[in-house]
Design a protein around this ligand. Structure first.
Ligand code: B1M
Length: 211
């Protein structure tokens, strides 16, 4: 099992999307739990790439192909993490904030929330504050989820919070935030409703707000 997970990690690091998707399929066939495949295969590989990126051992093109392989592998896991036929329990809008193009963490949060039966409206990346508001109104959403990976873009979350809190739907919507540089202290500082450190905890918190 660990060899297969290692292969997933290595092929992800080399940006081999097709091979990663095939290996994830094989890991599922071998009854490796999907969370283990995610943590010890896909995220382990992404973490190695992150370290190399930081140390200037790899550059944006290599990170991009690795990210693509990560998303391909996660797509294969999606049906298993997302229970089929679950009745939608509520609606959430999700996006990566303005100026920020990182979407892997955002996609994982979306996937985990879908797995709990939440109807997810995905606005993608580089989403301006007013777009979160418009989408929440259009879809009658009770949760807005913002992701940010850069210290320069996490401040955009304050714009989202201010936009929502000064709108007509302020009392009806919970603003959840997360992403690598985000902390509970930052959440308190900008007045967001909830910070969670990872996708699984975000999904659990969202269920409480919906309940
Ligand atoms: Co960029 N990048 N990147 N990058 N990138 C980081 C974030 C960085 C830490 C790398 C580094 O230098 N060490 C650094 C940020 C430094 C900083 O701000 N302090 C950085 C930089 C500098 C940049 C550029 C500026 C580089 C450049 O161009 N010179 C540039 C910016 C582009 C832009 O956004 N405008 C850039 C570009 C890119 C790529 C496009 C090449 C690519 C993104 C591809 C994509 O996403 N489709 C990329 C990547 C992949 C990374 C790293 C290597 C990996 C990020 C990732 O996907 N991690 C990253 C280094 C690292 O993190 N070690 C790095 C895996 C993912 C699952 O984790 O997103 O943290 P994460 O999500 C977690 C939690 O944070 C949480 O749940 C997930 C786990 O369960 N979470 C939430 C996330 N959102 C949440 C929301 C919630 C709750 C939890 O509630 C709503």
């Amino acid at each position: 099992m660990s060899d297969l997970l290692n292969q997933i990690s290595l092929n992800l690091q080399n940006g081999k999307s097709k091979v990663v998707a095939e290996l994830v399929t094989r890991a599922l066939e071998e009854n490796i739990p999907p969370q283990t495949i995610l943590d010890d295969g896909l995220l382990a590989g992404m973490s190695v790439i992150g370290g190399k990126f930081k140390n200037n051992e790899v550059f944006v093109p290599e990170v991009l192909v690795a990210a693509r392989a990560m998303n391909k592998g996660a797509e294969v896991l999606k049906p298993v993490l997302t229970a089929a036929g679950i009745k939608a329990k509520g609606t959430a809008v999700i996006g990566t904030v303005a100026g920020d193009l990182h979407d892997i963490g955002k996609n994982l949060v979306k996937m985990m929330m879908e797995g709990h039966g939440i109807n997810m409206i995905d606005l993608g990346v580089d989403v301006p504050a007013n777009r979160f508001l418009e989408a929440a109104i259009e879809n009658n959403a009770s949760i807005i989820c913002c992701s940010a990976l850069l210290t320069t873009t996490m401040v955009e979350m304050k714009n989202v919070v201010d936009t929502i809190k000064s709108s007509d739907i302020a009392d009806k919507v919970t603003v959840m935030i997360g992403g690598a540089p985000v902390t509970q202290a930052f959440c308190d500082q900008i007045g967001a409703d909830c910070y969670t450190p990872d996708a699984a905890t975000a999904a659990e918190a969202a269920m409480q707000f919906i309940a």
